[in-house]
Design a protein around this ligand. Structure first.
Ligand SMILES: NC(=O)c1ccc[n+]([C@@H]2O[C@H](COP(=O)([O-])OP(=O)(O)OC[C@H]3O[C@@H](n4cnc5c(N)ncnc54)[C@H](O)[C@@H]3O)[C@@H](O)[C@H]2O)c1
Length: 303
């Protein structure tokens, strides 16, 4: 990562005790940033701080669940009290509570929304206030998911939260442009505790744990690699080099880097005076049917 220097910058990474968040925190620290580690798991958060400080970096842990405003304030206050300022927020903390719609209970819906959507909102709001007060710009990097971009069976709560997070990023990129704060959504894919349990990746996860490299088809067509494959995008988005990039949803995983479109009208027709149900029926097949979008994450089969 030569040339991308975050020396003197201060970052918060939520959910950085393990998985992708830990990789983001380590990469930001090795690029020179001081990092506030956050996790609900105290052992993981403290181990992350040790790993970063043993490697010569600066880190401090806040053990608390994101979601409530109090945690967001605590994170920003800790960044300022410990390292003097705040420059970068990465809202990565997350959980899954997967069930198909008719089996999904209120508590599992609420917990996923509370952690991902509300946790992103409250921490971004606290960071935005600090960035505006400092008057020197800033970086907000939020985390979406292919499930939020496409929909995914069993993930009502998660897909809703992740789609909402990308919608918030678009809105905040507009609201914070004058303050020189960029806001982008990263759509990551990586082998972590969260993905290793997906049945088609079980063998791959076991092989990877033994140190075997992931096959090319997995790294390219499935865009599945390690958390360390995702972290460089976070570092780049956190840096001055990405100053002109805001309001984007950027995909990364394995060997793949991509830009998502924002949902656009893919086809349109006007009907003077408006459309009756009969008008729609008459024109649907000849004009509109060819433009229907499919839902769901489609991946090529693995050998
Ligand atoms: N792994 C993937 O392929 C993938 C794909 C798309 C999106 N994501 C997203 O990336 C992020 C990280 O995922 P991961 O795969 O590293 O998961 P992970 O389960 O390995 O790590 C998530 C971390 O967040 C922590 N956490 C959970 N709830 C929290 C809360 N309320 N406050 C603070 N910390 C909390 C957990 O303790 C854990 O350390 C999540 O937002 C996830 O939805 C992951």
């Amino acid at each position: 990562m030569s040339g991308i220097d975050l020396t003197g910058k201060v970052a918060i990474v939520t959910g950085s005790g393990q998985g992708l968040g830990l990789a983001y925190a380590r990469a930001l620290a090795s690029a020179g940033a001081s990092v506030v580690i956050n996790d609900v798991n105290a052992d993981a958060a403290n181990a992350a701080v040790d790993a970063i400080t043993n490697a010569g970096g600066s880190a401090f842990a806040v053990v608390a669940a994101v979601g409530p405003t109090e945690t967001a304030d605590q994170l920003v206050d800790t960044a300022v009290a410990t390292f003097g300022r705040l420059d970068i927020l990465v809202t990565n903390a997350g959980i899954l509570r997967d069930k198909v719609l008719w089996k999904l209970e209120d508590d599992d819906f609420d917990l996923v929304i509370q952690t991902h959507l509300r946790g992103t909102f409250t921490t971004a709001r606290a960071a935005a206030s600090k960035f505006r007060e400092q008057g020197e710009g800033g970086r907000i990097i939020v985390i979406g998911s292919p499930a939020g971009q496409h929909g995914n069976v069993g993930q009502t709560n998660y897909a809703a939260a992740k789609a909402g997070i990308v919608a918030m990023a678009r809105t905040w990129s507009l609201e914070l442009a004058r303050a020189n704060v960029t806001v982008n959504a990263v759509i990551p894919i990586a082998l972590t505790g969260m993905t290793a349990t997906i049945p088609i990746y079980k063998d791959i996860a076991e092989a990877s744990e033994k140190g075997l490299p992931l096959p090319r088809a997995v790294r390219q067509q499935h865009a599945l690699g390690t958390p360390e494959d995702v972290a460089p995008l976070i570092v780049w988005l956190a840096s001055d080099a990405s100053a002109s990039v805001t309001g984007q949803a950027i995909g990364i995983g394995g060997d793949k880097l991509s830009i998502y479109t924002h949902p656009e009208e893919s086809f349109l027709e006007y009907h003077e005076g408006g459309w009756s149900a009969e008008d729609i029926d008459r024109q649907w097949k000849p004009l509109f049917a060819a433009h229907l979008a499919s839902s769901g994450i489609t991946l090529p089969p693995l050998d």
